[in-house]
Design a protein around this ligand. Structure first.
Ligand code: HEC
Length: 216
């Protein structure tokens, strides 16, 4: 294999001097908050060899997870551990209109991890909010240009309130606009480009849906 030059200008197999890259201490933090001390033990001469870099990156990725859901933390602090009536209506609307694509799975690739409707409230109102609201496969929902010949993967809606703007083309700036733009053209669900005659979501149901989406 011929050596490839990458964006950094480094060959992929290179060593680093710990003293020149203080931020690397974060990568070596072993949970005690002192990455520097841990790094000094692993690389006493201050050189981080290629294999050590790869081990550190793997450890970091294994420990890495979503931050606790800030909106749920706030709710729990106020002692609100269950859905409001509006959120409950929103959950039901989501089940009927959205979940066929944004599946209530714990792992998007694994259909067996799908959580039944009566289990949603408990998991949504948990700080780690583990449901990913996505599945494998592609769908053509009218959000163009399509990023793949078959459309796009149903995006994960986990922490969706924090991920503006929406869609691969950035065409919706709020959840309100996403929900107001949703249409049913006969049996076909569309996020964009629907014909005028296609059916929109009734206003009160749309508001409930947004309240539910904000919790994910
Ligand atoms: C037929 C499958 C399907 C249905 C049903 C569906 N979606 Fe989607 N959704 C998708 C796909 C595919 C995308 C990615 C489109 C893109 O960005 O190119 C998407 C993207 C989104 C996004 C943007 C995510 C992001 O990070 O940009 C939101 C929000 C969303 N959907 C909410 C909903 C809601 C709410 C409903 C129900 C009213 C719904 N979807 C119903 C397939 C679907």
């Amino acid at each position: 294999m011929s050596p490839t030059r990458h964006g950094s200008g480094n060959d992929p197999w290179f060593s680093l001097r710990a003293s020149e890259h203080p931020w690397l201490n974060l990568l070596f933090d072993d949970g005690t908050g002192s990455g520097a001390a841990h790094l000094a033990r692993l690389a006493p001469n201050g050189t981080i060899e290629p294999e050590l870099q790869r081990r550190a990156l793997m450890r970091f990725l294994m420990a890495f997870s979503h931050r606790p859901n800030p909106r749920v933390m706030l709710r729990l602090e106020r002692g609100q551990g269950s859905f409001t009536a509006e959120e409950q209506r929103g959950a039901a609307a989501f089940r009927d209109r959205c979940e066929s694509c944004h599946s209530a799975r714990l792992s998007a690739e694994l259909a067996t991890t799908r959580v039944p409707f009566d289990g949603w409230e408990r998991l949504v109102l948990e700080p780690r909010g583990p449901i990913v609201w996505a599945r494998d496969g592609y769908e053509r929902t009218g959000i163009v240009p399509y990023v793949h010949a078959n459309g796009a993967r149903p995006s994960s809606l986990r922490r969706i309130a924090d991920k503006r703007p929406y869609f691969t083309n950035g065409s919706a700036t709020s959840l309100d606009l996403v929900v107001r733009g949703a249409r049913l053209d006969g049996e076909r669900f569309l996020h964009g480009g629907a014909p005028d005659a296609a059916e929109a979501i009734p206003k009160d149901e749309a508001a409930a849906l947004v309240a539910f989406l904000r919790l994910l």
